[in-house]
Design a protein around this ligand. Structure first.
Ligand code: DLL
Length: 436
């Protein structure tokens, strides 16, 4: 029997009707606030001929156009703020790879709300005040470190704010300080397990019980590996800087979907191509509206993350809606010879093969007018030292499997154990060298 704990039962087990009422009230207040204080939204409402009072139901919300990352960039740095800067007590920024980053502001109340939602996901994942939590997310403009930090302190756990990197030191501290809960990206957890193996650290020597991983997509296979190599229960948690940071949703110990903190965020699922709402339960792009934020409320923000929402009777007792593990981002989609491919689809095919490690890289390049896709696959020692003939057979089998599942062929190359790059933060699986 799993023992489930709930941080804020009044909200997390709220009857759905009451929740919907609460959401609508908070939505009204948010719409009034942005209408009054954010020029971007006021202009939008005027263009559409909408007053905040016209939005009375969840369906009405669909009348309001989406907010996109582009909108945030156009209003760089503080144009989306709904309060004067003197009310803002913290500033974070999203990890933009191109162009200007997006700026995110928090009032003192926003920081309280943030700690509250993170306290919920941590409790759902098994952490209590008796735990020693090692936070190996970067501390800085990235929301991972600070977000998890204040949530952990709120529940009264002993927090080790070690930040990311310096892997051997992480392991020494993990052992000596008797860390019971590890918080980082799944990629970094994988890397830690490798260094554990290399340095002969037996998980039995550690006190670890829980791992809370997020900030990037990860498959069930990776979950299985981390759990068995570290001897822990690994849960997934989700969030994004633009709408707050970590704490938007998190798995309970059932590990069957992430409970979304709906009293703070209203989720919708849309067709990423048409922007139309999809029928409940279908997979598409997640759109979030914040209903409690003061400094930077966002209405119908397009996350670009692909998932599905559903309601079930979770044995943990939470009534909050569930979100399936995010499988990837719409903008991670590779268009190769006219075919749309997600890295997670490639991963699924690769992981079917025994001897393939969870490390791979997809490289796209252009030779003349021709696009080429090469997939580097790191294999275990057993395979690598096999005779050439066996390796060739494996390459052919992977090629066939990729062709039948994706409809395109790629050049597969097996590479030696521990040769592909490892990551302390989010992994980068695709290297696209084609000129656009
Ligand atoms: O990654 C916030 C965060 C920190 C979440 C720590 C969880 C733990 P950004 O850097 O703005 O913020 O990146 C947000 O990361 O839109 C997703 O594409 C991806 N992402 C975050 N969590 C997950 C997850 C933080 N559990 C972007 N599964 C999001 C899959 C995730 N993708």
């Amino acid at each position: 029997m799993i023992e489930h704990r709930i941080w804020n039962p009044a909200v997390e087990t709220i009857p759905r009707e009451d929740l919907e009422q609460l959401q609508l009230e908070r939505l009204q207040a948010t719409l009034n606030r942005v209408h009054r204080n954010v020029r971007f939204y006021r202009n939008r409402f005027e263009q559409m001929g909408i007053e905040p009072g016209d939005i009375r139901t969840r369906e009405d919300l669909r009348k309001i156009p989406f907010t996109t990352k582009e909108d945030l960039r156009n209003n760089y740095p503080y144009g989306m703020f709904a309060v004067p800067l003197r009310e803002v007590v913290r500033i974070h920024s999203s990890t933009g790879t191109t162009g200007k980053p997006t700026v995110v502001g928090y009032t003192a109340n926003d920081l309280d709300a943030w700690s509250e939602v993170v306290a919920r996901i941590m409790t759902a994942a098994g952490v209590t005040r008796d735990d020693v939590v090692q936070i190996a997310f970067g501390y800085g403009l990235f929301t991972g470190g600070f977000g998890l930090h204040y949530g952990s302190e709120k529940i009264g756990a002993s927090v080790i704010p070690i930040s990311s990197g310096n892997t051997r030191r992480q392991l020494m501290i993990m052992e000596d300080y008797r860390t019971t809960a590890l918080v980082c990206t799944p990629s970094y957890a994988m890397f830690l397990t490798e260094i554990m193996e290399e340095s002969g650290i037996d998980p039995e020597r550690l006190s670890l019980r829980y791992g809370l991983f997020g900030s990037e997509p990860w498959s069930e296979r990776i979950r299985g590996e981390i759990e068995s190599k570290m001897g822990i229960i690994a849960t997934d948690n989700y969030g994004l800087s633009e709408v707050m940071g970590p704490g938007v949703a998190g798995e309970c110990l059932e590990r069957s979907g992430l409970h979304l903190n709906e009293d703070h965020f209203i989720p919708e699922i849309i067709d990423p191509d048409t922007g139309e709402a999809l029928p409940f339960g279908e997979k598409g792009e997640l759109v979030l509206t914040t209903v409690t934020r003061e400094a930077m409320p966002l209405i119908r923000y397009r996350t670009r993350d692909v998932t599905r929402l559903y309601l079930d009777e979770c044995p943990c007792g939470r009534t909050l809606i569930k979100m399936e593990k995010v499988s990837g981002r719409t903008d991670d989609m590779i268009i190769y010879k006219g075919v749309n491919i997600y890295p997670s689809q490639v991963e699924e095919v690769l992981f079917e093969f025994e001897g393939v490690t969870p490390h791979y890289q997809i490289r796209l390049s252009r030779e003349g007018a021709l696009d080429t896709m090469e997939i580097l696959v790191e294999v275990g020692e057993g395979i690598f030292f096999d005779e050439m003939k066996k390796q060739k057979e494996m390459v052919e089998q992977i090629n066939d499997a990729l062709r039948s599942s994706l409809g395109v062929s790629a050049k597969v190359r097996l590479v030696e154990p521990r040769t592909l790059e490892r990551f302390e933060g989010k992994a980068r699986r695709v290297v696209d060298e084609r000129e656009i």
